[in-house]
Design a binder for this molecule. Structure first.
Ligand code: ADP
Length: 264
């Protein structure tokens, strides 16, 4: 059985999740990777293997409770333990609050909120199995994706903001509920990351408001105190801390890692 710590990262196929998986592998963790399809995980899995770490690829939809519970079980079975669950997978939705369609809201909520909630349940269940079988008593960690939009309601991003506020609420409540089992629950709140998601958000603003392509992205980046958009690696460095034993005493927090865009 592996003595390496093990993390499961959802939405690890691209963007921030891929950055987190690569970083945790270089930190020495073995990785279970989840995305909608196994194929989507090829590049990330290769990078993890190149770091000399073991990897399990799992095609699963985080909004499907049974699938994500099974994914955490597979990580435990195939990698021997599970120490860290990163509930990273998410989708964006752009549009005015007054015009959001029920089916779009439903999908957004199922992935961004229900997906995190099922991820918390899956992690807690896997962590409890290890405690029940007498594994070493260590602090185990749940790390959830919130956003700057989880601290502030941006125009055209109202429903998305609502899901990210909800992630902070779940993070706080679960942190209190699970603390006596030595499980910490924290969130990370990125700002403007140059990923495909931001390309899609920028394009949606252009389609809906008549803004030029790139204008919305540039406007957001213009508000960043440190003067540049962030990279998945910037986010992953903070998640690395949240996943490490250095953060064992921290729980219930939702840390902004945004270059100074939202101050709380
Ligand atoms: P970000 O900027 O947050 O990294 P991306 O859209 O670039 O956003 O990446 C999000 C990742 O999450 C993608 O790889 C996507 O396939 C994955 N993802 C989206 N929805 C789900 C879902 N329901 N289940 C699992 N993975 C998902």
């Amino acid at each position: 059985m592996s003595q390496n710590r093990v993390a499961l990262v959802t939405g690890a196929g691209r963007g921030i999740g891929a950055g987190i998986a690569r970083r945790l592998a270089s930190d020495g963790l073995d990785l279970a990777l989840v995305d909608l399809t196994e194929e989507a995980l090829s590049d990330t899995a290769s990078a993890v293997e190149a770091s000399g770490r073991r990897v399990v690829r799992i095609g699963a939809d985080v909004s499907d409770r049974d699938s994500i519970l099974a994914a955490a079980d597979r990580a435990l079975d195939e990698l021997g333990r599970l120490d860290v669950m990163v509930n990273n997978a998410g989708v964006a939705l752009v549009g005015p609050v007054t015009e959001v369609k029920p089916e779009d809201l439903e999908r957004l909520w199922r992935i961004n909120v229900n997906g995190v909630l099922w991820g918390i349940q899956a992690a807690a269940a896997a962590f409890r199995k290890q405690i029940d079988r007498g594994d070493e008593r260590v602090v185990r960690k749940i790390i959830n994706a919130s956003s700057i939009a989880g601290h502030d309601g941006f125009p055209m991003l109202g429903p998305y903001s609502a899901t990210k506020f909800a992630v902070r609420a779940l993070t706080q409540a679960a942190a209190r509920e699970l603390a006596d089992e030595q499980i910490t629950v924290n969130a990370y709140c990125p700002g403007v990351v140059g990923t495909d998601m931001w390309v899609e958000i920028d394009q949606a603003f252009a389609d809906l408001t008549g803004a030029a392509v790139g204008e919305t992205y540039d406007k957001f980046v213009g508000g960043i105190a440190l003067g540049r958009a962030q990279t998945p690696e910037d986010v992953a460095a903070f998640v690395s801390y949240l996943a490490s034993t250095d953060s064992d005493y921290m729980t219930g927090q939702a840390g902004l890692i945004d270059g100074g865009l939202v101050f709380r």
